[in-house]
Write a protein that binds this ligand. Structure first.
Ligand SMILES: Cc1cc2nc3c(=O)[nH]c(=O)nc-3n(C[C@H](O)[C@H](O)[C@H](O)COP(=O)(O)O)c2cc1C
Length: 187
């Protein structure tokens, strides 16, 4: 009997707690003709990260001292880019830090350890709807807003965040993923 091996089309891997990162993953998948794979609770069995699967794309939100999914992107980079800093893996960080400032500081670099030079990083703005937040998250966000409201040199983006008061903030804009699409298409 002859067996046919069906190769899955490439994926966009994402982690998300409240759904905003999923929106970006879906937009990327649509633009690039990929599937989306939710890795919030781990990478499903059967996902293969090798040279044939590149460029690999990960999308994940920042939660304080964590960048969800960053450990998997580092793992993938170790697998597909063993010899040089070829940057066959991209990580799109979703957050409420002003994305221009985050990009200028490259604030996600620290989450990738030794693999940081193998990963191409992008930054896009996220979303928070305060009434939906778990209590522990709401408390943490209050601290973040307090910090932004008192620190000198607050950006327009940060002022908007503070002004969002008790409702929340929605900066999700799928147009912002264009540079990621161009990067992937050029590989
Ligand atoms: C408890 C908490 C901590 C956060 N910490 C950060 C942070 O340190 N930096 C940042 O840019 N955004 C931070 N954010 C914002 C999230 O990254 C943003 O809301 C994102 O869109 C959430 O993604 P999700 O909807 O896919 O879960 C935080 C949000 C919460 C609720």
């Amino acid at each position: 009997m002859q067996r046919t091996i069906v190769q899955e089309k490439p994926a966009v891997y994402f982690s998300s707690v409240y759904g905003s990162t999923r929106v970006y993953a879906e937009a990327l998948a649509t633009a690039l003709g990929r599937r989306i794979v939710d890795i919030t609770d781990g990478v499903p069995a059967g996902e293969v990260w090798n040279e044939e699967a590149v460029p690999l794309i990960f999308v994940g939100p920042v939660y304080g001292v964590k960048l969800l999914g960053s450990e998997y992107a580092a793992q993938a980079a170790r697998k597909v880019d063993t010899t040089s800093a070829g940057q066959d893996v991209a990580f799109v960080t979703v957050g409420l830090t002003d994305p221009e400032k985050a990009a200028a500081k490259d604030s996600s670099a620290k989450f990738f350890g030794e693999e940081k030079d193998r990963i191409r990083r992008f930054y896009v703005p996220g979303r928070l709807h305060y009434p939906d937040l778990r209590l522990v998250h709401r408390t943490a966000i209050k601290g973040m807003l307090l910090y932004y409201s008192t620190k000198p040199g607050t950006s327009a983006f940060e002022k908007e965040l503070v002004a969002s008061g008790g409702v929340g903030f929605d900066k999700v804009d799928t147009e912002k993923i264009r540079p990621v699409v161009w990067w992937a298409q050029a590989r």
